[in-house]
Design a protein around this ligand. Structure first.
Ligand code: FMN
Length: 257
């Protein structure tokens, strides 16, 4: 009886064979799962958009709930809708890597510390008949440790806050992550964005806001710097570099058509 002889070459060949098979399996799984990942990412975004407007009903189909939302693309500089870009194809994150679709921000205007700003942004509208009821806007800005991504929902006046949601950040659990705390987020509806001078005046202050102050929000204990990041991102996105021109246009015409 001849026992099979183990040689270094044989061992190497077996190891190579196994790793080849494994890499093919992993690559196939990664490619095969990509559409599902994209679908999950889309549903996640839709859920956060609905949540900002206080419309998200847990347990119900997100895609169905999102059918009530109209998605448009806005030219941030002019505040006008862009009709020749399909919102379902437009990726604002990808636009940030494309110099033809985004611009570097000068330090003097980059109060949210985001470095680049896309020229076109998606906006999400909830209508009651023809009239806009709620406007939901993507926002982002740097906190203490990280860029925080979220949505702010405004009433049709473009000034009264309906709600706020955050879906991605790297702030500290138990401190800066209070931006996701439903109790803190519950302080926002009814607050007013703009002061008498027409500039954004919403501010997360240190400590408790006076009940009759329409522009101030309670600070988050131990997370003053994250709160300052939220203030800065709102000043940027609701000001002249962000959705200011779009919101002013809505206010002037009383509608978007
Ligand atoms: C480990 C560690 C993590 C922290 N994480 C945060 C944070 O996520 N957000 C924040 O604003 N402050 C955070 N801080 C606290 C800040 O350094 C700073 O003290 C605080 O923002 C000041 O807020 P206060 O005046 O309310 O105490 C952290 C501090 C430590 C030591």
């Amino acid at each position: 009886m001849s026992a099979s002889v183990e040689t270094p070459t044989k061992t190497l060949l077996v190891a190579l064979g196994v790793s080849l098979v494994c890499s093919v399996v992993v690559a196939a799984a990664a490619v095969g799962l990509r559409p599902r990942q994209a679908e999950n990412e889309l549903r996640f975004q839709q859920r956060n958009i609905l949540a900002a407007a206080g419309l998200y009903a847990p347990g119900q189909d997100v895609a169905e709930q999102f059918e009530q939302i109209e998605v448009r693309i806005v030219d941030l500089a002019t505040g006008e809708y862009i009709e020749d870009l399909d919102p379902s194809d437009y990726d604002a994150q990808a636009a940030l890597r494309n110099p033809a679709q985004s611009d570097a921000l000068d330090k003097s205007v980059d109060i949210a510390n985001i470095k680049r700003r896309e020229r076109y942004a998606k906006v999400y509208l909830l209508r009651d008949g023809d009239e806009i009821e709620t406007i939901i806007l993507p926002i982002r800005g740097y906190g203490l440790w990280s860029t925080m991504y979220g949505f702010i929902a405004l009433e049709a006046d473009g000034n009264t806050v309906s709600g706020l949601s955050f879906y991605e950040h790297g702030e500290t659990p138990g401190l800066g992550d209070k931006i996701e705390d439903p109790r803190w987020l519950g302080l926002w509806p009814g607050k007013k964005v703009y002061g008498a001078d027409g500039e954004p005046q919403l501010e997360v202050i240190r400590g408790r806001a006076a009940a009759d102050d329409p522009h101030s929000i309670d600070g988050m204990a131990g997370a003053t710097l994250t709160g300052r990041g939220v203030t800065n991102m709102l000043a940027f996105w609701l000001g002249g570099q962000g959705y200011g021109p779009y919101l002013r246009g809505l206010e002037q015409t009383g509608s978007d058509s």
